[in-house]
Design a protein around this ligand. Structure first.
Ligand code: ATP
Length: 993
């Protein structure tokens, strides 16, 4: 470009030089003539001379002619005014000057001589003054005659020099022309190379743009997916965070509960320990007390016993002493009885005493028996002594009987004994009382002991109860501890999850950043290219200005036109592509069949790598099928749409385009047409509307104006309903509500609203609204089975004011309800009626295709509202694409085979018609036949439309080829009558010379 710029600089200089010379020639010639003969007396050149190079010659000639035609008096005045002037100074020899520039300079010197003019004026004024002063006519006439003579001489001289000058000018002009031609050639070469460069740059730019767009779309889709993924992860993260928070709250609560329980447990433990301690203290105290009391009592009892035993021993000792005494007394009594025997008389008196003693003895005996009885309770040992005592008593009685004296002693002894007995009795009574007391105390102690035992038992029971409570509390505590551990684990797990999610988010962020940076780089690259383009355009603008300054308007115009043409070529590449697609469609036929296989784990369908054939196995038998295109289970919504997008866009060229999805229920028709909410899952309808709006925006640059209106119609049980009319929209059963335009315009339905679409958001909302109003029910085959056909109609009206062209296209996107076998769908009641209506209307489509395939004169469009509504697309001049959806699951193999057979029949008919006179089995044969006449003219006209410009510089054969291709017939574009489409080659656009 720098080289080019320098070349243009040189060119500019050369042109400036040329221009200067030329303009000097023109200006000076005019100027001199004006100076000499006054303004307005010379012929002015036309404002825009058709041949600028001839101007100076003409002008010079005119000047000379004028000079020669001047009246004599003026010439003489002029000559007289030159009287003091060297004529030779004024007139000069052109030939003596070398080079054009010198010649021009001298010419300028001559013609710019102000003194000459001043002298002329002066001479004339003088003559005038002299006339006023009253000079005689004769002298004045003489002077004037001389003046005229001189002037004529001067004029002749001037004329001859002017002719020299003109010759010189002509020569110079020739040189100039040659130079200009050389410069033009150079400039043309330079411009051509510039053009080539520009074309290269623009091609690069277009490629870059295309790459950028696809990349952008891809990145956009990726970005959308990633955004969606990010959003999902964020939601997941939020959910996990919520769960974590909840878990934390629960953990906190549990922790609080645990702490509370711990506190309670501690208190309980403390309390119970205190109670146990108290109880055990009380118990031990009580036991100790009891033990002490018992011990004390035992000791007291022991003491008492010892004391009693001592007393008993003492009593026994006394009894023994008494027994010893008794024995001694018995011995004495024996001695005295022996003495008594001897003293028998004396003993009679004494026998009374003995009786008394005996009575006393009996009473003592009785006392003794009582005492013995009393002693018996104290000790068994006393029994022996009792026996001895009895013996002693027997002995005593004998001794009492034997000895009276001893009776007195006995009485004393008896008194002593009685006293002792009284003491004994007292002691016995005291003992009995003590024993009773001790018994009472013992029983009291036993009671107390029993009481204490009961208290201890209850304390033990209480202790056990507390221990069991404590064990339960311990169990609760360990459960809580386990729960808290679990919760902690959950929290740790959630934290781990959060970390993973955060890592994932960070990775996604990184990816998104990388994508953003790539996008930015691409944007920068685009900006660089754009600025480069702007620079080039600026250079062109500068060149245009420069060339405009130089008066090279033709060149500039030419260049501008070339630039405009290049721009048009750039912007119309899409149109050409579409046009080629149309031609391809025409070559292949106007009905295309694509097949899409739904993903399934076990598949009966095998898609071939050629992307146009498949094999389905039913009951162990393989069936091979072929279609225009086969989309396998892994195909994306984007791929499917890119396969149909060209067809969709041809609605903008004024075609009736119909795209319908056909297939068994649950095979993926709605998914293909409508899609899911995810950006990458959007189906054909939203993408088609978006694509059309994008293209319309681009075509605005080419001064195309489009308006778009949309209708959404549901066909339920062979009744029409406006899906945009809200839930209360009535069902239309009257078929005459459908109105076809006989001139090939839009088909309308009375009672169905048409909404103007201006942007993609609005279109998306509309599509969404229509989708949500559609009748869907769950069946055994599909949880969201469409129970009706839905037809999305986009009415497109385009106009191109510069050419006066008007177009009417229509895009029908049909999501058919699915065919279903009643035994499989298990439809009952209303569902059954719906299924019957669906199958009925589908069989009507089959009938229409069958009639079209066999070229019947009557095609039963009117048999169903669906076929009647789609009539312009199916059988007329429209383009139709049938997308057959199949479910590869083994259970649906038979239904899939039926769908595929039907589609293959349609496809087969179409293929059979290729390339021959029977090319299209659809009722466009007449239009095809007449394509050579009307259609070719019309299509040839399309070549002149801005969308399909005949490119300047385009070699003729290619233009011809385009013309031929278009005129080969096919679907007709609906151009309104009287639209004034210009004839080929008669475009209103300015054509380059
Ligand atoms: N290519 C596919 N990829 C992923 N899922 C799919 C595909 N095709 C269909 N599906 C899923 O299969 C289910 C049924 O699809 P869809 O509702 O589109 O079937 P249909 O042919 O319209 O059925 P009907 O005629 O009963 O309305 C849907 O959940 C859909 O998301």
């Amino acid at each position: 470009m720098l080289k080019l710029a320098s070349k243009f600089g040189d060119l500019q200089e050369q042109l400036q030089l040329l221009n200067k010379r030329e303009s000097l020639t023109q200006i000076d010639a005019r100027h001199i003539a004006n100076q000499v003969f006054g303004p307005g007396r010379i012929l002015h050149p036309p404002a825009h001379p058709p041949q600028h190079t001839s101007f100076s010659t003409q002008q010079a000639g005119a000047t000379v002619q004028l000079l020669q035609n001047q009246p004599a008096n003026s010439a003489e005045i002029f000559l007289s005014s030159l009287s003091n002037r060297q004529t030779e100074d004024i007139l000069f020899d052109f030939k003596s000057k070398s080079g054009n520039s010198q010649m021009i300079k001298h010419a300028a010197d001559v013609f710019e001589e102000s003194e000459l003019v001043a002298l002329c004026d002066d001479g004339l004024n003088k003559q005038l003054q002299r006339t006023k002063d009253g000079a005689t006519e004769a002298s004045r006439i003489q002077e004037l005659a001389a003046l005229v003579k001189l002037l004529r001489k001067c004029v002749r001289e001037l004329a001859s020099r002017a002719s020299h000058y003109v010759d010189g000018c002509a020569k110079m002009e020739k040189d100039l022309v040659k130079q200009v031609e050389g410069a033009q050639l150079q400039s043309e070469i330079a411009v051509k190379s510039l053009e080539a460069e520009l074309a290269g740059v623009k091609k690069d730019l277009a490629q870059c743009e295309a790459t950028f767009k696809t990349e952008k779309a891809k990145w956009g889709a990726d970005l959308e997916d990633q955004k969606y993924e990010m959003m999902r992860l964020k939601r997941e993260l939020d959910r996990i965070m919520e769960e974590r928070d909840r878990a934390r709250d629960e953990c906190k609560k549990a922790e609080q509960g645990r702490q509370q329980l711990e506190v309670e447990l501690k208190e309980l433990k403390k309390h119970s320990t205190q109670q146990i301690r108290e109880v055990s203290i009380n118990q031990s105290e009580a036991v100790q007390k009891l033990t002490e009391g018992a011990e004390r009592r035992e000791a007291a009892l022991k003491e008492e016993r010892q004391r009693l035993t001592k007393r008993l021993d003492a009593a026994q000792g006394c009894v023994e002493a008494l027994q010893g005494e008794l024995a001694m007394l018995q011995q004495v009594h024996e001695k005295e009885a022996a003495a008594l025997k001897t003293k028998t008389a004396e003993e009679a008196s004494k026998s009374q005493t003995l009786n008394q003693l005996q009575t006393e003895h009996d009473s003592v005996k009785k006392q003794l028996a009582g005492m013995t009885k009393e002693v018996e309770s104290l000790s068994l040992d006393l029994q022996n002594s009792e026996h001895q005592r009895e013996k002693l008593e027997g002995l005593l009685q004998e001794s009492l009987l034997q000895s009276g004296e001893q009776g007195r002693n006995l009485e004393v002894l008896q008194v002593q004994r009685n006293a002792e007995r009284a003491i004994w009795a007292e002691e016995k009574e005291a003992f009995v009382i003590t024993q009773q007391q001790s018994n009472l105390r013992e029983s009291a102690l036993i009671d107390e002991k029993n009481m204490l035992k009961t208290a201890v038992t209850s304390a033990i029971e209480q202790k056990e109860c507390m221990e069991s409570q404590m064990a339960a509390l311990n169990r609760d505590f360990s459960t809580l501890v386990n729960e808290s551990v679990n919760l902690r684990n959950q929290v740790d797990f959630a934290a781990g999850n959060q970390q993973v999610a955060e890592q994932h988010v960070a990775e996604l962020q990184l990816k998104s950043d990388a994508l953003s940076s790539q996008l930015n780089e691409a944007m920068e690259e685009l900006q660089v290219k754009s600025s480069r383009l702007q620079d080039i355009e600026g250079e062109f603008g500068a060149l245009k200005e420069v060339l405009g300054e130089f008066g090279q308007r033709d060149v500039v115009n030419n260049l501008l036109q070339k630039v405009a043409v290049l721009q048009n070529a750039l912007t119309s590449s899409d149109a050409i592509r579409r046009k080629l697609h149309n031609e391809l469609v025409q070559v292949k036929g106007n009905i295309r069949v694509y097949c899409r296989v739904k993903p399934h784990a076990t598949s009966t369908i095998r898609c071939m790598p050629d992307q146009s054939s498949l094999q389905i196995s039913v009951d162990g038998k393989d069936h091979a099928m072929e279609f225009d295109r086969v989309y396998g289970p892994t195909s994306t919504q984007d791929q499917v749409f890119s396969g149909v997008s060209e067809l969709v866009q041809s609605a903008l060229d004024g075609y009736h385009v119909c795209l319908f999805s056909y297939g068994q229920t649950g095979a993926g028709k709605t998914y293909t047409m409508q899609g899911s909410e995810q950006p990458s899952g959007r189906g054909i309808i939203p993408r088609a509307v978006e694509k059309i709006l994008e293209t319309v925006a681009r075509l605005q640059d080419q001064e195309w104006e489009y308006t778009m209106e949309a209708s959404c119609i549901e066909i339920y049980n062979n009744q029409l309903r406006d899906l945009l009319g809200g839930p209360t929209a009535p069902y239309i059963s009257d078929q005459s509500a459908i109105k076809h335009d006989p001139s090939g315009g839009h088909t309308t339905v009375n009672g169905v609203s048409r909404v103007t679409i201006t942007d993609t958001n609005m279109a998306a909302q509309l599509v969404q609204r229509a989708a949500s109003s559609r009748s869907c029910e769950a069946t055994a085959m599909n949880s969201v089975s469409s129970r009706s056909h839905s037809v999305f109609m986009l009415y497109i009206a385009g106009s191109h004011p510069p050419s006066g062209t008007q177009l009417q296209g229509c895009l029908c996107l049909v999501d058919l309800a699915g065919s279903e076998r009643l035994d499989r769908s298990q439809a009952e009641g209303l569902r059954k009626a719906e299924a019957c209506a669906i199958n009925q209307s589908l069989s009507c489509i089959g009938d229409v295709f069958a009639a079209l395939a066999s070229k019947n004169s009557h095609v039963p469009y009117r048999n169903s509202k669906l076929t009647y509504l789609l009539q312009p697309c199916l059988g007329g001049n429209g383009k139709t694409l049938m997308l057959v959806n199949v479910n590869p699951e083994p259970a649906s193999a038979y239904e899939s085979l039926c769908s595929l057979k039907f589609a293959a029949k349609v496809n087969g008919c179409e293929t059979a018609a290729k390339g021959g006179a029977k090319r299209n089995f659809v009722d466009i044969g007449s239009s095809l036949a007449s394509a050579g006449s009307s259609s070719s003219v019309e299509d040839a006209k399309r070549l002149s439309l801005p969308g399909f410009p005949k490119l300047p510089g385009m070699p003729e054969p290619s233009a011809k080829r385009m013309s031929m291709m278009v005129s080969s017939g096919g679907a007709k574009r609906a151009a309104l009558p009287g639209s004034g489409i210009p004839q080929a080659g008669a475009s209103k656009r300015p054509r380059p010379s």
